[in-house]
Design a protein around this ligand. Structure first.
Ligand SMILES: Cc1cc2nc3c(=O)[nH]c(=O)nc-3n(C[C@H](O)[C@H](O)[C@H](O)COP(=O)(O)OP(=O)(O)OC[C@H]3O[C@@H](n4cnc5c(N)ncnc54)[C@H](O)[C@@H]3O)c2cc1C
Length: 387
């Protein structure tokens, strides 16, 4: 109903069919709703994902051909079940990609292999109580002591960081000269490491993964815990974010499609004043507009994936894709709540989950105003000179 036609490669089409069947079996709507309401992490689902080899796409020496094209296919299908599940999938994938792009063979073995085997999971810890969009201002300190490092500080909103077997990619200030962003390092820190304390933060949504505060008190790490070189943290984050934005955006599109499907069904079934809701233009036209925006956002996501797979820069394009899809998920889920009236408010179906998760789609991976500011600068605004 809410899927328009886009040309896919044979590989993408095959993967989509496989993913649909897999998710219908291992993440059916009722189970996802129960996980969301109870705040339960579906360990078995992610074990199965690892066993199926979905992480292998990014775990080689080089990205495989069509990496992003395959990943948006998977994320869109997972997003139909829940954008929270996409977030968890993305954390493992993006983390594995970082470890294979920047890590030593030993780090790939120690931290990457258990994730590939489905025994561990990855998380990212950048945000702090006083550091949000301005990520370069991270205050958590890493001091060089002998051959190793000692970390002190606090992180916030770290998704999935409290789940069993989680290892954080934790960004800390390592010192050195130059700009703020040149003084950052990424450390691989298991959450059960001495000196690390993790506390779940009560939140409106993202209940399956959960968001966590992380306290670091004299956390002593060996030199082998540093990913890349100390001082390369910003570069690692910047590169990671491009594919991450593309994947997350695609997940949002899947969620929007699911929300529209639920609402179209409801509007056809529900009768008021003697007619189905779907006969009233006040109901149909806003839904049709969301459908058009979904299609446009999908074009933007696919364009970013194509550029990525062609090895071309797509920082601006992936930012636009995230802007469009994040706004759309928030607005489409709010519209769906409106059209489903009192029924939408009852926790009897997926809509309340989509609504709470949709709200935060505008914030995670960059709020709209910060993204538009970046896009404005790419247009030559703010420099005083036209391109
Ligand atoms: C569900 C969830 C999961 C998350 N997962 C993680 C995670 O796994 N790891 C992690 O490190 N962090 C995570 N975060 C934190 C997330 O990265 C931050 O929310 C995000 O970076 C924005 O920071 P902030 O929320 O502190 O907003 P702030 O940066 O404080 O901004 C607040 C608002 O001010 C405005 N604003 C800020 N700066 C500008 C500007 N320059 N121009 C115009 N307007 C501006 C925007 O409207 C913005 O929405 C998560 C957050 C949530 C809610």
């Amino acid at each position: 109903m809410t899927t328009s036609i886009h040309i896919q490669t044979d590989e993408q089409a095959h993967l989509r069919t496989t993913a649909r069947a897999f998710l219908a079996r291992h993440a059916p709507a009722l189970d996802v709703r129960i996980w969301d309401e109870a705040g339960t992490y579906p360990e078995h689902l992610f074990r199965e994902i690892a066993r199926l080899g979905w992480y292998d796409v990014v775990a080689g020496d080089e990205d495989v051909d069509g990496t992003a094209g395959l990943l948006i296919t998977l994320c869109e299908e997972i997003g139909k079940a829940s954008s929270d599940l996409v977030a968890l999938f993305n954390l493992n994938l993006s983390g594995l990609r970082d470890i294979h792009r920047w890590g030593t063979p030993e780090q790939q073995e120690t931290y990457g292999a258990p994730v590939l085997a489905g025994d561990a999971r990855l998380s990212i810890a950048v945000s702090e109580p006083d550091v949000g969009s301005d990520a370069a201002s991270v205050a958590t300190r890493a001091e060089k002591v002998g051959d190793g490092w000692v970390l002190n500080g606090q992180k916030t909103y770290c998704e999935g960081a409290g789940l069993p077997g989680a290892v954080m990619e934790l960004v800390a200030r390592v010192g050195g000269g130059g700009r703020k962003r040149d003084q950052l390092g990424v450390f691989l820190v298991p959450v059960d490491h001495p000196g690390v304390e993790v506390r779940r933060m009560p939140a409106l949504g993202r209940n399956i993964s959960g968001i966590y505060e992380v306290f670091l008190r004299d956390v002593t790490l060996p030199a082998t815990a540093v990913l890349g070189e100390p001082g390369e943290g910003w570069q690692i984050l910047k590169e990671r974010l491009v594919l991450e934005r593309i994947m997350i955006s695609s997940g949002f599109l899947g969620s929007v499609a699911a929300v529209l499907d639920l609402t179209v069904h409801y509007a056809n079934e529900r009768e008021q004043f003697g007619k189905a809701l779907s006969t009233y233009q006040g109901v149909t036209l806003p839904l049709a507009e969301m459908f058009v925006r979904l299609d446009a956002a999908r074009c933007a996501v696919r364009r970013s994936a194509d550029l990525f797979d062609a090895g071309l820069p797509c920082e601006v394009e992936s930012t636009m894709a995230k802007f469009l899809s994040g706004q759309l998920y928030a607005e489409a889920s709010a519209l769906a709540m409106q059209i489903q009236g009192a029924y939408g408010y009852v926790r009897d179906h997926a809509l309340p989950m989509h609504h709470s998760d949709g709200i935060i789609a505008r914030v995670v991976a960059g709020p709209p105003s910060v993204q538009l500011d970046f896009i404005a600068r790419s247009m030559g605004l703010g420099t005083g000179a036209s391109r």
